[in-house]
Design a binder for this molecule. Structure first.
Ligand SMILES: Cc1cc2nc3c(=O)[nH]c(=O)nc-3n(C[C@H](O)[C@H](O)[C@H](O)COP(=O)(O)OP(=O)(O)OC[C@H]3O[C@@H](n4cnc5c(N)ncnc54)[C@H](O)[C@@H]3O)c2cc1C
Length: 611
């Protein structure tokens, strides 16, 4: 069935109600509805926005930020360690969720990071399983000869999915800056990775993008899992439906668990509460920020927090909204030398309206800058970078690990042990360098005729832990987000070393002759203390937040078990990246798809024979 009206949903019943038609939610709904005898309803707070050029046309990074038609536009509370800055946390509000606005980077975690999830007490959540489901979500398209002529892209078809709903390809533009960065890395002794989708990502590599080369459009959860399946009579979607809470039966199960019977939601701008009934399960896929909010408004969470808003605690689950972890980065930007015969085609060119119009026309012919993406990456173990400060950094890490264990929750000890193990390991990445093909985010002013690019100095495994909790009973009010950036100094120190490492490239070719000047941090920032201040002032979110509904044993502050079932309930699961208990060295969309795919199999297996 296509997208439904309110009347077709209210007081009706569906076997599965999925709260949130986002990245993982639509992957799950698409797979569950493969079984024709079950009915699936997706309740999505945003609009459909299907085929909207702002969403599907690449190279428009950040175009939908702050626009309520597309973006939740959350704000953090003031961050003490970033000079009291409030950080905007954009998240997609539409069918497709955050896959409507992400930056197309197709990146998979390390085997070690995924196996760590199993080590934390989650049998079946390991690399073998991850890669099985991740490949199921992906259709990789081989690069064209014209692309291979510019850059020798290598790949291993064994690591790629070839028939899944999400199309991935190699973006055709920007190979000049990719080449500059990757060749410099090789000359610095960093190994090129043949294909970064097999669990070993340490080194330099060119990423694929979730762009369908047929039409050069965004491939995302709505285009992959929903639109091709809208003919199914059992796949139902209601947009503009903001879920307020899950309703539970009064009677407990013999195991003393709560059973969800319905979901309450608001529709459009209205304030009336509507109800839809669940026959089998309610699945919360509202993303890392809103999934804990939905649970808390439903009476599941820390009883102290719930009672402070007059909410009855149905399941006392202290882990809800805790263990929040986020990747962060600081920009290091450069002016490129255009005088040596290399014509750099960066996104700065699109600031000129005439050039933008020309490239828009080219896009219609399948050419030009609007097929561009972010392609050049390096994930590096800090110990592989020959930095003189590494021994003192490890000493600080050991000290901070002890403090984090002492002050953290019951489950923090094991997380910290794995974190320290990875930091000390000479092969596992601790930080990431991403080449952004423009100067958009840098602080220094850009000149119109020049070409720039920015390296993001990004932290992969933060030690700081934040929180996300309701701040009102009203479902329309955003939760309070406190990532507690740099509460652990080691997080800032790792970024500091990363910036110093990038600066060390200046005597290495082709960097040496390809760069005119460093714009940010720039010559003003030289000493470690000056650079620390620069990092505090320039810090950005990577929008990869995880952990707010961590999959961990209940006594370790877990929210869901390895079947993704919320503790203390018989039929509520969480299926999105909020379940990741320890952050991974990867951008998070591939994990959201893999979680949605695996959850579908778990749920299908639970009910097999009962359809
Ligand atoms: C700007 C940006 C750039 C990014 N770039 C990349 C990238 O290049 N590569 C990469 O791998 N990752 C990237 N990410 C991260 C990645 O896209 C996300 O981690 C992933 O899409 C999250 O998937 P999810 O299913 O957990 O949540 P979402 O996709 O956010 O899904 C949650 C859904 O629930 C809906 N919802 C929320 N609350 C309610 C409610 N109460 N009632 C009904 N519906 C509700 C939301 O509207 C949304 O549709 C980026 C993220 C952002 C924000």
């Amino acid at each position: 069935m296509p997208i439904l009206s309110l009347q077709e949903v209210v007081q009706k019943s569906f076997d599965y109600i999925v709260i949130g038609g986002g990245t993982a939610g639509l992957a799950l709904a698409g797979r569950l509805s493969e079984e024709p005898t079950v009915s699936v309803l997706v309740l999505e707070a945003g609009q459909a926005n299907l085929d909207d050029p702002k969403i599907v046309m690449p190279a428009q990074f950040g175009q939908t930020f702050g626009n309520p038609q597309y973006d939740w536009a959350f704000n953090t509370v003031k961050q003490k360690h970033t000079n009291n800055k409030i950080h905007l946390w954009s998240r997609g509000k539409a069918l497709g969720g955050t896959s409507t606005m992400n930056f197309y980077c197709w990146s998979k975690p390390t085997k070690t990071d995924i196996d760590a999830i199993e080590r934390l007490g989650n049998p079946g959540w390991n690399w073998t399983e991850f890669i099985k489901y991740s490949r199921k979500s992906e259709s990789f398209h081989l690069p064209a000869q014209e692309q291979l002529d510019v850059y020798p892209h290598t790949y291993n078809p064994n690591f790629r999915g070839l028939s899944g709903p999400i199309h991935t390809s190699l973006a055709p533009q920007f190979h000049t800056i990719d080449k500059l960065m990757q060749e410099t890395l090789v000359n610095k002794g960093i190994k090129p990775v043949e294909d970064p989708y097999g669990g070993d990502i340490s080194g330099g590599w060119i990423a694929s993008a979730n762009i369908d080369p047929k039409g050069w459009k965004r491939s995302y959860s709505a285009s992959g899992y929903l639109q091709p399946n809208l003919h199914r009579p059992n796949l139902n979607v209601l947009t503009d439906a903001l879920v307020a809470r899950i309703v539970f039966e009064d009677k407990l199960t013999p195991a003393a668990d709560r059973t969800a019977s319905a979901v309450e939601f608001l529709f459009g701008d209205g304030s009336a509460i509507h109800t839809v009934k669940a026959n089998r399960e309610v699945i919360v896929s509202a993303g890392t920020i809103n999934s804990p909010k939905v649970l808390e408004l439903s009476g599941i969470g820390q009883s102290q927090i719930l009672s402070s808003f007059g909410l009855e605690t149905l399941v006392d689950l202290p882990g809800v909204g805790e263990n929040v972890q986020e990747h962060v980065w600081s920009p290091v930007s450069f002016e490129l030398d255009d005088t040596r015969g290399v014509l750099h085609q960066t996104l700065d060119l699109l600031k000129n309206p005439d050039t933008a119009a020309k490239h828009l026309a080219l896009y219609a012919e399948g050419k030009g800058l609007f097929r561009s993406c972010i392609s050049s990456f390096s994930f590096l173990p800090i110990q592989s970078c020959d930095l003189p400060d590494t021994p003192s950094l490890i000493a600080l890490a050991e000290k901070e690990a002890e403090a984090a264990k002492a002050q953290g929750s019951a489950g923090m000890g094991e997380q910290v042990d794995i974190w320290l193990e990875i930091l000390k390991n000479k092969k596992e990445p601790d930080f990431e360098i991403v080449a952004l093909p423009c100067v958009k985010i840098a602080l220094a002013p850009a000149e119109p005729s020049k070409h720039y690019f920015t390296l993001l100095a990004l932290l992969n495994h933060p030690l700081s832990r934040g929180t996300i909790h309701i701040q009102s009973k009203d479902p329309r009010v955003h939760p309070e987000i406190d990532p507690r950036y740099f509460e652990r100094q080691i997080d800032l120190e790792i970024i500091l070393q990363e910036i110093k490492y990038i600066r060390s490239w200046k005597e290495t070719e082709p960097w040496k002759s390809g760069i005119v000047r460093e714009m940010d941090p720039g010559p003003k920032y030289q000493t470690d203390d000056e650079l620390r201040e620069y990092i505090r002032n320039s810090l950005n979110t990577t929008w990869h937040t995880v952990g707010s509904c961590s999959m961990l044993p209940r006594e370790k502050q877990g929210v869901v078990d390895p079947q993704l079932k919320v503790y203390g309930t018989s039929n509520v699961r969480v299926v999105d990246i909020s379940i990741i208990p320890l952050h991974i060295a990867a951008h998070t969309q591939t994990s959201a798809y893999a979680i949605g795919e695996k959850a579908a199999n778990i749920i299908k297996a639970t009910f097999s024979g009962k359809n």
